[in-house]
Design a protein around this ligand. Structure first.
Ligand SMILES: C[S@@+](CC[C@H](N)C(=O)[O-])C[C@H]1O[C@@H](n2cnc3c(N)ncnc32)[C@H](O)[C@@H]1O
Length: 212
């Protein structure tokens, strides 16, 4: 398993989910609204694999949306939290080498995970190999107020992370899959505004990559 994953300490894992119930409650609601819109682009999808599933927060939510959801994460403490929180099956594994056959799962999601991977190109190549219909990506926006605030104030884990811009994320996907996949993206904006917009400076970027 990779050793440079910053989410391997039991303490980080034990405290992770509390963020969604407290200061992160609004962000969580906005991100899920955006993810729901992205999922609506894949009407025929039945199954989803979340890579970097962590405590299972979004894996559980994908299950609640009616998808057969599976998680995969390299951190044992994060996986133990996922089990404690009664998440769907979450496996221990590395984003760089997925233990799944090619085109075996309708959707592959990476939510706030690409930012922490030593080789995002390898991970996205693996995600595209395994996905039958497409990808759902969620990343923090480097050119947003929120992204800059995280870098400054959220501690060493976030300071070391690589945030993206919508254009950069699209470029990375196209570098791997060519310009054939159709990408759509939105960002979450002000907390008073429920709907995500196609504006490049919102805090959280949600992108759907349709492979066919
Ligand atoms: C910020 S957390 C996101 C968790 C979850 N997706 C969420 O949004 O609540 C990033 C997750 O990526 C996992 N991770 C980091 N490197 C990984 C790798 N190489 N393979 C699989 N998971 C990895 C970490 O263990 C951590 O659980």
């Amino acid at each position: 398993m990779p050793t440079n994953n910053p989410f391997t300490s039991p303490e980080t894992a034990a405290n992770y989910e509390a963020w969604y119930q407290t200061v992160g409650r609004t962000a969580d609601r906005q991100e899920k609204a955006l993810l729901k819109w992205l999922l609506s682009k894949f009407k025929a999808a039945h199954s989803i694999l979340e890579i970097g599933s962590g405590t299972g927060h979004f894996t559980r939510w994908f299950g609640e949306q009616g998808l057969l959801a599976t998680g995969l994460d390299s951190s044992r403490p994060m996986l133990e939290e996922a089990i404690r929180l009664k998440s769907p099956v979450c496996l221990q594994g590395d984003a760089a080498l997925l233990p799944f056959r090619s085109s075996s799962i309708d959707l592959v999601a990476l939510i706030t995970t690409l930012e922490f991977l030593p080789d995002p190109i390898v991970a996205l190549t693996e995600a595209i190999r395994v996905a039958r219909e497409g990808l759902i990506l969620g990343v923090l926006n480097a050119q947003s107020r929120l992204g800059r605030q995280y870098k400054r104030e959220a501690g060493p884990i976030w300071e070391a992370a690589h945030f993206y811009t919508p254009n950069e994320l699209k470029r990375v996907v196209e570098e791997i899959a060519g310009d054939k996949p159709k990408t759509v993206w939105r960002t979450t904006l002000w907390s008073c505004w429920q709907n995500a917009l196609p504006l490049p400076w919102g805090g959280f970027i949600g992108m759907a990559v349709k492979l066919h």
